[in-house]
Design a protein around this ligand. Structure first.
Ligand SMILES: NC(=O)c1ccc[n+]([C@@H]2O[C@H](COP(=O)([O-])OP(=O)(O)OC[C@H]3O[C@@H](n4cnc5c(N)ncnc54)[C@H](O)[C@@H]3O)[C@@H](O)[C@H]2O)c1
Ligand SMILES: [Zn+2]
Length: 365
């Protein structure tokens, strides 16, 4: 293990372990955390083929019984129907309330398996093993679990913290480039919302992260998990400061939904959403044009290869109006005031939102 970051939440505190080549010490860590010897691993078929065997081998070696539930990959698996089919499998196999749910995969598996762990028998222990860059720096930390509803993304869920997070960067080597791009969406976000040093590190090293160079990946992972752990420790249920993590996400969610979750992946939508929202900040005079240019220039070095012309402005605006983060119908935006600092703003005009969206959908990167 290379480093450990702690999420401080009283009796629900937990560590995030980050490093490379960690699989051989996984079961010993479960022992250390006092978990029972029974586990259900929830994963998708892609991740299962790559990482299930060594994980189960390590668990069995330490006397653990582990069953696997393998589902197809993809965002549309994050549904109540899929959660229900997992409940059925677990109930039929008489999975008890001390059994640990291990979420092995990206953010889709983390959110879905987390939701299952939060609700099965009113809650069973959960361990997150994130295997994508995005899930390692962001979604596995902080206890937000959810499934999607036809009327909106992440509409049904719970706050439910894991016993620990196990982020092995070795897993990233098999990740398709597009998923690395997605991870960079959240990584650049951390720089803009609270870490000017991380932002300038990325200005010098963004291609090294894209190439998954170990030193660069470990560096950004340490920074991002520390920032996220800090925000979650202060504000577990997003009633205050945690909201800044939504920078880029108000427009981002609209873009994702307008493309039916097919045109853009979450992290790609966040990359574009951050350009649009920084544009809004510029138009409102919160940042000057030079800062907007610096932000947009870094983001555009991360290649989003999607046909943005498929995204129609009217659909984006409509999708944004369903966003559960709209406070009483009023869209709340997290906007930069400088690199490393943001502010929550309400009452942005439809015209300005539209202009910001058109700025990205008509300019193919
Ligand atoms: N809970 C939170 O706080 C939070 C935060 C951000 C995003 N999210 C959610 O996370 C989800 C996106 O997660 P994601 O970007 O990790 O996508 P994902 O979970 O869909 O994974 C992307 C793809 O990569 C594959 N994959 C995973 N690990 C791999 C590996 N090591 N090698 C090769 N292939 C691998 C998967 O099979 C999948 O096809 C969205 O649903 C989003 O809403 C949640
Ligand atoms: Zn996100």
């Amino acid at each position: 293990m290379n480093h450990q970051v702690d999420v401080s939440l009283g009796e629900r505190s937990y560590p995030i372990y980050v490093g490379s080549d960690m699989v051989s010490s996984f079961a010993a860590t479960c022992d250390k955390h006092g978990l029972s010897k029974n586990a259900v691993i929830i994963t998708d078929s892609t991740v299962s083929k790559l990482y299930m065997k060594p994980l189960q081998k390590n668990l069995h070696h330490f006397g653990y019984q582990s069953a696997a539930i393998v589902i197809p990959p993809g965002e549309h698996q994050k549904s109540l129907a899929r959660a229900n089919s997992i409940f059925t499998t677990m109930l039929k196999s008489r999975v008890g309330r001390k059994t640990t749910v291990i979420a092995l995969g990206g953010g889709v598996i983390g959110d879905l398996a987390g939701f299952v762990a939060a609700t099965y028998h009113r809650g069973v222990p959960l361990v997150q093993i994130p295997t994508t860059l995005l899930s390692q720096v962001d979604s596995s930390i902080g206890g937000k679990t959810a499934v999607n509803h036809p009327l909106g993304k992440n509409m049904v869920g719970a706050f439910y913290q894991p016993k620990f997070v196990w982020a092995d960067i070795e897993c990233l080597k098999t990740l398709p480039q597009r998923e690395v791009v997605c991870g960079l969406g959240e990584i650049i976000k951390y720089g803009i919302i609270s870490d000017a040093e991380l932002f300038s590190y990325l200005e010098n090293n963004v291609e090294n992260v894209l190439r998954l160079e170990q030193e660069a990946v470990l560096h950004v992972q340490a920074r991002c998990s520390t920032i996220k752990a800090g925000l979650v420790s202060q504000d577990e249920r997003e009633s205050g400061v945690r909201v800044i993590l939504n920078f880029g996400h108000t427009v981002g969610h609209g873009l994702e939904a307008a493309g039916g979750f097919k045109v853009l992946k979450h992290g790609e939508a966040v990359l574009l959403g951050m350009i649009a929202e920084s544009f809004i900040a510029k138009e409102l005079g919160m940042i000057d044009s030079a800062v907007f240019k610096i932000i947009a220039t870094l983001i555009r070095r991360v290649p989003v290869k999607a046909n943005l012309r498929l995204l129609k402005s009217a659909r984006i605006l409509k999708a944004m109006s369903h966003d559960k983060k709209s406070a009483a119908g009023e869209k709340r935006f997290v906007l930069p005031t400088k690199i490393g600092q943001v502010k929550v703003v309400e009452g942005i005009s439809q015209r300005l939102i539209l202009e910001s969206i058109e700025g990205i959908t008509t300019q193919q990167s």
